[in-house]
Design a protein around this ligand. Structure first.
Ligand code: ADP
Ligand code: MG
Length: 247
C-alpha cells in the first residue's frame, strides 16, 4: 500500500502548552483510522496539522509525495498541494449559508480545481445522490436538518477529490436521532476503502468502521494498532478506564 501521510518528530505548541509532542505516524491509503482520546488530548490539533490549518513548529510532514520541513516557512506551492490532497469536515458543518446546496458542493471544484460548471454540476449531483440528498440540491442550508447539512458537507468534501478525508467529531453537534444518518454515510465511505481519519467519541461507531485506532493523551500517542487490539486485547489501564467510562 502507498503511504500518503507521514509525520516525523512533529511538535505543535500553543504558547507554552505542548499540544503535540514528538508525533511519529504514518497513514496508509485505503485505511480508516479513528482517533480517540480525552478532551484536550490533541486530536483536533493532529487533524488540523495534516492539512496545515495549524502549522507545527518542528518535524517533517509528507503528504502525497510532498515533503516539508516544518521549522522553515512553507512554500506556497507545497502548501497548496497539501491542502488539496485532504478535505476536512468539521463539527459545525460550515456550509456557505447564502448558497444553495448544489452551489455549496460545486464551489470548490469550479474555483479551485477549475472544473467546468457543467462537469462540476454533474459530479455534484452524483455526490448528493450518494449522501441521499439529490432532492435537496436547490434548498438553502438553513432549510435542512443538522444531519442533512453534515451530509452536504461530506459531499462537498468528496467533490474536491482529496486523497484523504478528515473528520473532526462530525456528529457531535447533532441530536442522537440525526447522528445515525451521518454515520451511515461514513460507513459507506469506509466500505469503499476511502482513506479517512475520523475523530469521534462514539466507540460503537469506531468499533464498526475503524481499521485502526489511535489513542491520544496529553499530546502523545498512547496506542496505535488494530481496532480489535484496542478493544479486545488491551491491557493499558488508562485505555481500559477510558473505554469503561465511555460505555
Ligand atoms: P482535542 O481535540 O483532543 O479536544 P485539541 O487538539 O483541540 O484537543 O487541543 C489540545 C490542547 O491544545 C488543549 O489543551 C487546547 O486547549 C490547546 N489548544 C488547541 N487549540 C488551541 C489554540 N488555537 N490556542 C491555544 N490553545 C489551543
Ligand atoms: Mg477536538
Amino acid at each position: 500500500m502507498a503511504t500518503i501521510v507521514q509525520f516525523q518528530h512533529v511538535y505543535k505548541s500553543f504558547g507554552d502548552h505542548e499540544a503535540l509532542k514528538n508525533i511519529d505516524i504514518t497513514f496508509q491509503e485505503g485505511e480508516t483510522t479513528v482517533i480517540l482520546g480525552p478532551s484536550g488530548s490533541g486530536k483536533s490539533t493532529l487533524l488540523r496539522c495534516i492539512n496545515l490549518l495549524e502549522q507545527p513548529e518542528r518535524g517533517q510532514l509528507t503528504i502525497a509525495g510532498t515533503t516539508i520541513q516544518l521549522d522553515k516557512p512553507i512554500v506556497k506551492k507545497d502548501k497548496l498541494a497539501i491542502r488539496q490532497s485532504t478535505a476536512m469536515v468539521f463539527q459545525s458543518f460550515n456550509l456557505f449559508p447564502h448558497m444553495k446546496v448544489l452551489e455549496n458542493v460545486i464551489e470548490g471544484p469550479v474555483t479551485v480545481l477549475k472544473q467546468s460548471r457543467a462537469q462540476a454540476v454533474e459530479k455534484g449531483k452524483t455526490l448528493l445522490h450518494k449522501v441521499g440528498l439529490e432532492h435537496k440540491m436547490d434548498s438553502y442550508p438553513s432549510q435542512l436538518s443538522g444531519g442533512q447539512q453534515q451530509r452536504v458537507a461530506i459531499a462537498r468534501a468528496l467533490a474536491m477529490e482529496p486523497q484523504f478525508l478528515l473528520f473532526d467529531e462530525p456528529t457531535s453537534a447533532l441530536d442522537p436521532e440525526l447522528e445515525g444518518e451521518v454515520l451511515r454515510v461514513l460507513q459507506d465511505l469506509a466500505e469503499e476503502d476511502k482513506s479517512m481519519i475520523i475523530v469521534t467519541h462514539n466507540l460503537n461507531f469506531a468499533r464498526r468502521v475503524a481499521d485502526r485506532i489511535l489513542f491520544l493523551e496529553n499530546g502523545e500517542i498512547l496506542f496505535d494498532g488494530t481496532t480489535d487490539a484496542f478493544f479486545e486485547h488491551n491491557n493499558n489501564e488508562r485505555i481500559q478506564a477510558f473505554i469503561q467510562a465511555m460505555q
